[in-house]
Design a protein around this ligand. Sequence first.
Ligand code: SF4
Length: 381
Amino acid sequence: MRGLYIHIPFCVRKCSYCDFYSLPGRQDRIKPYVSAVITEARAYAGLSFHTLYLGGGTPSLLGAEQLKNLIGGLRETFDLGGLVEATVEVNPESATPGFLDAAMDAGINRVSLGVQSLSDCELESVGRVHTAARAIDAMTLSRNLGFTSLSADLIIGLPGQTWNTLSAALETLVRLGINHLSVYCLALEEGTPLAQRPLGNLPSDDTQAELFELARAFLIGQGFIHYEISNFARKDHECLHNLNYWRGGEYLGLGPAAASHLQGRRSRNRPTLDAYVENPTGQVEYVETLGGEEKAAEEAMLRLRLLVEGIDPGVLSGRFSPATIETLVSRLDDMVMRGMLEFDNSRYVLPASRILTSNEIFREVLGTGTCGVPGGRHCEV
Ligand code: SF4
């Protein structure tokens, strides 16, 4: 399995909590940016991919024509004949019928909507540009156009949020037919306006944890599977692209700040739009090759995020030496003895009681004191 990620670093304006590489007010660069992505892609011409993910930023700001150019260029460059999932992230304010139609025509079969909340006060408090009504319209439009794989992002811990507003959002999304939901706890990321000037009505950590538990119980009651720490899906609607990250698979990321993992090497592009447009193939920031034990530990840490699948040492044994597997298994067994992990049905899994406090466990699995997740968001949930 190999995934292709395209980073689209444009946004209408910057949300106060955001530390992703995205730039407001630079939409004039979209056309040259799409050409630059195709140029970078040509450096890897002929590779085949099973999943495609357009993330950001705000990919829906590409508009119909540039989306068509981008996907057309990728199809000419790569072997996408075996593509099983193609996702585009869409923000409600730019979810136009023209864009969604073009996405469908281009072969996109999964829409991930940046809903975040269905309370106008909560949305406004962190600088989101859309309203709850616009988010509902975008969801309805996507469904009516025929997208059968629909995901939404929700944030827990927004200023003023209560179980009343959160449960109303969850009920509405379920009623509208979403079959995948990513639920993130708001984190005060260093350097963001929200971290510099935190609002007085931010829910406490305990309230955040309580809201997450309530949301989890509600979604499980509605038939969703809590398959990854921050992700819930109806059966067969898990995000295949992200599953590949968590299973330690290969991926190519194109665009500024995009990360790649190919043939045992990890690299990342510099987060600089202008330099990228000038010289798309000259922005690789670092290349790292992990040793066997380090790689096995990292893959184990990523797989622990998969709450049902967990770590099956048998799956890892084909790719790592017996000595590496032995070291890893002995560390995991020790963690089971100390109640940090459970061993169930030949798999090591995170106990349900530790989902909200998993970073300590990840650090221990890695043995390095870091718990970065490539391509993922960084907070405990
Ligand atoms: S829309 Fe998303 S990427 Fe853009 S600023 Fe807001 S949180 Fe960041």
